[in-house]
Design a protein around this ligand. Structure first.
Ligand SMILES: [Zn+2]
Length: 390
């Protein structure tokens, strides 16, 4: 049985204890008492140093707490060791965790929204509120309320009470026997085994961020304390860099981005229109430069080392709008063929192309006016081109 020092003092970042057992070739250490918090209830485990060795993970095994070392250490059962937890990491978790209690109580108080699950991530944390559809206006209200409770600096206390007698819990506990209850004065009582700050003032700023619907619940992302400051700094820097690009004040950025998007959309449409015009001119030029055969049909050959059939299609459409013409187009990589014919060219492009490509082990087809196909290699492409004869 490991005595959990963090149950009664979350601020004890150094301690001395006795090694009770060593397992896994010196990697897994058990102590009589520990300040190391094992991953539990959504809160990640502590890291730190134990007897000079780095603690990579801390595991709750029920009765005992296992300290998993990054590398095996020479720690003997019965020996005294000093433990030191990574305080910056722990305190950050204490801020996020107590912030979560505060926010869960605020959502309950303002909207009757129950917290059904929480997650503490490396960047941000989330809480899921059951069956509550957040109105956009609801979030700033909850954020203001949470921060005003921070400013009131209400005490956060830990008590141990019999489950049968513990009244007024935000969420009923399924556990029997003694419960560890974390209370925010005048606001919230929750059964919890985690680590918390001693007054709401230490939570620091509370920022609500993204909100999303997850299977009928509402997931609210939040950051507290040092993370909130770091996040706000990151947001400001990103926005300031964007504003600098526009040489404009921060507040003008959303309108400027929207206006630029609209301009880009219009420019794209104009570009497309001009491309169409250009292709029509190019088609006319190719048409005028080619001579009609004995039957009065012009054949135009377009051969490219690389490209896509889509690029060729635009030319094919422009060209076949002209009278008595066929277009044979080829791309070498990947080996592709396109055949197009105007209505009055006396050609069934689909049938002619299919014949040419299947004869060389390729495949393809299309309508009487436009057909395309692929062949295995460049040699087959040459063969098919000869068959199409242009
Ligand atoms: Zn808690």
């Amino acid at each position: 049985m490991t005595t959990r020092l963090y149950y009664t003092d979350a601020y004890q970042d150094r301690f001395t204890s006795t090694v009770t057992a060593v397992a896994d070739g010196g990697r897994r250490i058990y102590l009589r008492a520990t300040s190391f918090y094992p991953a539990s209830g959504g809160q990640p485990s502590d890291t730190g140093v134990l007897g000079g060795a780095a603690v990579a993970d801390v595991v709750d095994e029920g009765e005992r707490v296992a300290h998993v070392l990054a590398a095996p250490a020479e720690l003997e059962p019965g020996s005294e060791v000093e433990g030191r937890i990574d305080w910056e990491r722990r305190y950050d978790h204490m801020q996020q965790h107590t912030g979560q209690h505060l926010l869960s109580a605020v959502f309950e108080e303002l909207y009757g929204a129950h917290t059904v699950s929480v997650h503490f991530g490396a960047e941000s944390s989330t809480l899921d509120l059951a069956g509550w559809a957040a109105e956009p206006a609801a979030l700033p209200v909850a954020e203001r309320r949470a921060n005003s409770l921070v400013w009131e600096n209400r005490p956060v206390r830990v008590s141990f009470e019999e489950a049968a007698e513990a009244a007024g819990l935000r969420k009923a506990s399924a556990r029997a026997g003694e419960l560890r209850i974390v209370s925010i004065e005048g606001l919230d009582r929750s059964a919890c085994g985690g680590t918390h700050v001693r007054a709401t003032g230490e939570i620091g700023a509370v920022l609500l961020r993204r909100v999303e619907r997850v299977r009928g619940d509402t997931r609210v992302e939040f950051v507290c304390g040092g993370r909130a400051v770091a996040r706000a700094r990151g947001d400001y820097d990103a926005l300031a860099r964007t504003a600098q690009l526009f040489s404009a004040p921060l507040e003008d950025v959303p309108a400027l981005v929207a206006a630029q998007r609209e301009q880009a959309r219009e420019a794209q449409l104009e570009c497309k229109r001009l491309e169409g015009e250009l292709v029509a001119y190019r088609a006319r030029e190719l048409y005028d430069r080619s001579a009609p055969d004995a039957a009065g049909v012009r054949c135009i050959l377009d051969r490219r080392p690389t490209g896509t059939v889509d690029e060729l299609r635009v030319l094919a459409q422009a060209l076949t709008a002209l009278p008595r013409v066929r277009l044979v187009a080829a791309v070498e990589a990947p080996p592709t063929l396109l055949l197009a014919a105007s209505d009055d060219a006396g050609v069934d492009a689909g049938a002619e192309l299919r014949r040419a490509v299947t004869a060389v082990g390729g495949r393809g087809g299309g309508s009487p006016r436009l057909a395309q196909g692929s062949v295995p290699d460049v040699a087959a492409l040459e063969q098919a081109l000869r068959a199409l004869g242009c």
